[in-house]
Ligand binder design. Sequence first.
Ligand code: CP
Length: 319
Amino acid sequence: MSTELADIEHVPETWTRDHLLDLESLTKEEITLILDTAVSFKHATDGCRRKVATLSGCTCANLFFENSTRTRASFSLAARRLGADTLEFSASGSSLSKGETFIDTARNIQAMNVDAMTVRHQTPGTPHLLAQQLECSVINAGDGPHEHPTQGLLDILTIREHREEIAGLTVALVGDIAHSRTARSNIWGLMKLGARVIVCGPSTLVSPQWQELGVEVAHDLDAILPRCDVLNLLRIQFERQFTRPFPSVREYALLYAMNRDRMSRAKDDILIMAPGPINRGVEITPDVADGPQSVILDQVTNGLAVRMAVLWLLCGKRK
Ligand code: CP
């Protein structure tokens, strides 16, 4: 098994990052350290149920300019599990409506002695801009369709828990690849750890250019299904689309939804994943989403562990 328990008393000297902005720029060793640290926190806290006071005295802020259930709640809970204070900011109801700029807003939040700022924004590169402007650590919680690094990490941790080794696995990302920040973070992380990645969906949502990242491009789910060890079913992001990329949701589901019939033609031990939220009946049928091969809720639990690890590595280094 590749997992080694990491030190959660002292941040290792090999961790030199001030921010977590993407998985594209992380090394295999840095990704592995975050995953091992997450496992250590799971061990030390009875599966993230108990507190450890590792970040006592720190303050972690959440700035969300897009809606979120899982990411926001788990970053907040992760900080509190580590003994840190949390500060919650939502664009709605804030003084942005009075003309305050985004950067001024972030600087004012930072002035409340914030150590780490987690940001979700619809514009790609926003966390990178904040990292240049602020002194606290910045964590990307999703920047438009660009990256969602902690989602990639929690997906990989979930696969590693069930398959131990990432190297040699075939992982298919199925669905709205064009608009998916989860796809990009999964691609960078999985490929660095040695997995073969297939991106699959309608040609309007999966262009041939994805091959330039080193992934296989496919449009026929039934053709690739027998080769897949893991399927990560990505949501159709209607809110980011200007034109409808397929004639009807029914037609999409017919060609790409993971359903009972497709399960019967997949590997017996295939892992069914989805970053959430899921559109039941569109990307996945309820019997598969709630079935024995589904690890969708394991992903959510691992999100808490990964976010504890990231906050600890960044804020612990500052301490
Ligand atoms: N997977 C994910 O990012 O979910 P939320 O949008 O609910 O945070």
